[in-house]
Design a protein around this ligand. Sequence first.
Ligand code: SF4
Length: 353
Amino acid sequence: MDQPDRRKTRAVKVGSLMIGGTAPVSIQSMTNTRPHDYEATLAQIKELAEAGAEMVRVAVPDKEAVPVFEKLVKNCPLPLIADIHFDPELAALALDNGAAKIRINPGNIGGTEKLKALALKAKSCHAAIRIGVNAGSLERRLLEKYSGASSEAMVDSAAGYLEIFEKAGFKNLVVSLKASDVYTTIKANRLFAKDHDYPLHLGVTEAGPPSTGLLKGAIGIGALLADGIGDTVRVSLTASPLEEINAARKILQALGIRKFTPDLISCPTCGRCEVDLVPLVNQVEKILENYKAPLKVAVMGCAVNGPGEAKEADIGISAGKKKGILFKHGKVVRTVEQDKLLEALKGELNGYR
Ligand code: SF4
């Protein structure tokens, strides 16, 4: 499978991980428990880690949340990112208390001098900063200059903040350029990538519920990853953050950038299909979650065309009214009673554990 060449970016240290450089595109999400509730937030971070998150962002909205954040840093299995708005003092406190990275919107943190002070603090704490540019909160002067929240305005905003941090001697920076509009997001990131080597955190913001948000995320993030752009990913969904992790993994796997489970190939069904294929495919999808081998597994709706249509699959089953078939690389291995087809597939898969 062809894979996109990745854009060369500077490596940015985030706790025990790197973003950019030669590091794989990492997956992150954000907790949605109350940030003052240590137990609930720790439990959710652990669930996210289990699901495949490699770093997690936690909102630190006030000083009361700082001791909780500190305790989470000490006890959680992943690098933690503090999400800070408006308050540079809070950002400094999060850094002092172990944030591997802070995510700020530099436009609401209090001006150039505050940003410089924050750069020095992050440097002394060996932490990273994400400059989070959001189309919804651009500086007025840029909105006037570009007649609105365009991709160009977003890139200009990021460039201005980068200059401030660089002048303060700080480059452990990740940048995000997010809009709720998919194409504005894509264009802003493409423009930025032409002139800068900072790693990019990709996401389409406020993408909505899974029914639309998954598509917006997959198109926006996927288009950029296919260009080789992007170093860490957050799929923003109005849903459990676990769904965000699952979606991020699937986007990366669909492009062949990372592999987590075998690929599932299944036919769209047609008038030749003699069984109810949907439940069978759903069962196979569930089973494959437990395998890591880089396989292609096919589930096809008829024995006549299935093996040929899915000949790129390493292993496959084709359903039939009474008997189905098990095949490998398009060649029939044996016929199997329809109700034993799933067991037969499992048996073959066990050889790849
Ligand atoms: S495999 Fe068979 S049932 Fe599925 S789409 Fe092809 S011809 Fe139709």
